[in-house]
Design a protein around this ligand. Structure first.
Ligand SMILES: [Zn+2]
Length: 285
């Protein structure tokens, strides 16, 4: 069984229940990850944890080296990633302290061109219509239910650039577009995970109503932190339940995402690119 990766967002910098903990520093062809990877055992399964913003929250959403983070997970044998993330709600019925199992993303960042492993003489176009793993997301949703929290089985996450929160006009625009929640980090991870044939699911913890709601104050860091500290204990319970329930082997199509995606003639891919991407494309060359 491959390892299970957990990427912790704002408020989740450590998982106390991990046993036999080791810290691993990695460098990658894409540079340095957000922090050391923490490996250990949870419910008898091998887990790798990484705090997305670094311990102490030092790395902003625009500065996160998403490629290095996902590459590092792949290198450590991770097959499935659960992302835990704070978000704002763009719908009345998605309330602060609710959880959302994200099923779609819209990218509003300025960095889309960097958020791929491909280029540099190796071009691949992955299928990304359904950007999260259906199998992992279903177990995640069931785990939320079993834990007794308020959970929404789906939701579209608009990925803004940040680090400033939205203007009122932006928040209203995203609502008109039918977006459900807003955050600053998850879409790049989902795309890179798919390229690396890693399953990806996102557990979004709602902390606020962004700034559109007339009866609620606009989001502030203070508000995010207060609601997060209430929610992070629930998130940890959900993670333990999920890891307990997760089948040992995956049956989804994420593991073959690159099978028909590489379009570059194989003999033209340079040795350097082959070496850098060995753990991702090696089996197809
Ligand atoms: Zn999958």
């Amino acid at each position: 069984m491959g390892r299970i990766g957990i990427i912790g967002g704002s408020g989740l910098y450590k998982i106390e229940a991990l046993k036999s903990v080791k810290k691993i520093s990695l460098t990658t062809p894409f540079g340095k990850p957000s922090d050391k990877f923490v490996t250990g055992k949870l419910e008898d399964k091998e887990v790798v944890f990484l705090p997305r913003h670094g311990v102490g929250h030092r790395v902003s959403p625009s500065e996160i080296n998403y490629r290095a983070n996902i590459y590092g997970m792949k290198k450590l044998g991770v097959e499935r990633i659960i992302s835990v993330t704070a978000c704002g709600s763009l719908k009345e019925e998605i309330k602060p302290l609710d959880f959302v199992v994200v099923d779609q993303f819209v990218d509003r960042t300025n960095h889309a061109r960097n958020m791929t492993f491909f280029g540099r003489g190796a071009v691949a176009h992955i299928v990304f219509a359904h950007p999260v793993c259906p199998e992992l997301s279903l177990v995640l949703y069931q785990s939320c239910k079993n834990t007794g929290v308020a959970v929404h089985s789906r939701g579209t996450y608009i990925n803004m650039e940040g680090p400033a929160f939205s203007t009122l006009a932006e928040s209203n625009l995203y609502r008109q577009w039918g977006m459900d929640i807003i955050g600053m980090t998850n879409m790049a991870e989902a795309r890179l995970a798919r390229e690396a044939e890693i399953c990806y699911s996102s557990l979004a913890c709602v902390t606020d109503y962004d700034c559109w709601h007339a009866k609620h104050e606009s989001v502030t860091v203070d508000m995010v932190i207060q609601n997060l500290s209430k929610n992070i204990e629930n998130a940890k319970k959900i993670l333990i339940e999920l890891i307990r329930k997760l089948p040992r082997h995956r049956e989804c199509s994420c593991k073959d995402a690159l099978k028909y995606a590489i379009i570059t003639e194989k003999k033209l891919i340079t040795e350097k690119t082959k070496k850098d991407l060995e753990i991702i494309i090696g089996k197809y060359l």
